[in-house]
Design a protein around this ligand. Structure first.
Ligand code: HEC
Length: 304
């Protein structure tokens, strides 16, 4: 079945159309946990990020580590990670997600029960009590113990194993750098190829700068998961997908070289960053036929 689908999609790509054979199930992961009046807007726009950028290089690096893992399901364990859920799934661009709806976890769209057995066996309170997902850029009392709070979230709520201290510190620094005072004066921004690849480049750049190789590996995995999101948007366009997958394999090779402790392994990241510009130029040519394009998403949803 899957093979036949793939063959069919390949044929359509040659017909010059980024078409989708299966409409009801859009091949975008995030489409599985949204519900609401306007799925096209939900999938093709996002709230703007409100991120303070410190001048100090070390502080910046820590925030970049946090920014990458915030967007990566590898941070979370158990069911959440298997479903592909990351902090970003609920807190889009570090904000909220009024359309979030996950069976067994959400009540009204925009709510989640983060003390549910589905996400955590440690903190399951046996009660279905979904809460509104807060906008992390809403003005709030400073949390004195952000590290403790996030540790509870990552290690307890999501059955994760403790990540290296740099990663937890980065996550806390990222959440603290989300600041309502620097919110751009727009309510939403288009989700684009450029932003998708830029997220991956930022993660790879942070991996390049990371002192600890375990941290570098986690960041490369985050970047590969971001490339996976770009890949989804090119469903039906096999030539584009082949390039994206090659780019992801290139990162996997660097990852294994870093794991093996090969001297100079990180040079591969510099090369990858340079090549990502060419990848972007090539993919941009068919972006208007990809699932970044609102009309293409609408057409895919309309197809019976
Ligand atoms: C399944 C959806 C979901 C995921 C995934 C999720 N959160 Fe949340 N988050 C929530 C909800 C719901 C609350 C509110 C909980 C409450 O009120 O008890 C919350 C609360 C928070 C708060 C407190 C905000 C405040 O104003 O006090 C922070 C900080 C936070 N989350 C960060 C994160 C980080 C970092 C991650 C990833 C490790 C994450 N969240 C993953 C749904 C989620």
């Amino acid at each position: 079945m899957a093979g036949r689908r793939r063959a069919l999609l390949g044929g359509l790509a040659f017909a010059g159309l980024a078409s989708l054979a299966f409409a009801a199930e859009l091949p975008i992961r995030a489409a599985r946990w949204i519900k609401g009046a306007d799925p096209v807007a939900t999938l093709t726009t996002a709230p703007p990020e409100c991120l303070r950028q410190p001048l100090d290089g070390k502080a910046r690096q820590s925030i970049e580590i946090g920014r990458a893992v915030f967007r990566s399901p590898t941070l979370l364990g158990g069911q959440a990670a298997r479903a592909g859920v990351s902090c970003e799934s609920c807190h889009r661009s570090g904000r909220g997600n009024p359309a979030f709806s996950f069976p067994g976890l959400s009540g009204e769209p925009g709510t989640a029960d983060v003390t549910s057995a589905l996400f955590s066996s440690f903190r399951d309170d046996g009660v279905f009590n979904p809460k509104p997902i807060p906008d992390l850029a809403a003005p709030k009392e400073a949390r004195a113990d952000m590290e403790g709070f996030l540790h509870g979230l990552v290690v307890e709520e999501f059955n994760g194993v403790p990540p290296p201290p740099e990663v937890m510190q980065g996550l806390a620094d990222y959440v603290r750098a989300i600041d309502p005072k620097v919110c751009p004066p727009v309510t939403s921004r288009p989700v684009t190829l450029r932003r998708g690849l830029e997220d991956a480049r930022r993660a790879v750049d942070a991996a390049r700068a990371a002192q600890n190789s375990q941290v570098a590996v986690i960041l490369i995995q985050a970047a590969r998961s971001m490339l996976g999101e770009v890949d989804e948007r090119y469903a039906g366009n096999d030539p584009a997908r082949a390039l994206i997958r090659q780019s992801s394999r290139d990162l996997a090779i660097v990852e294994s070289e870093i794991r093996a402790g090969r001297p100079g392994a990180k040079d591969g990241l510099v090369l990858w960053l340079a090549r990502s510009a060419t990848l972007e130029t090539t993919l941009a040519r068919t972006e208007n036929r990809s699932l970044y394009d609102p009309a293409t998403v609408q057409a895919a949803l309309d197809r019976p």
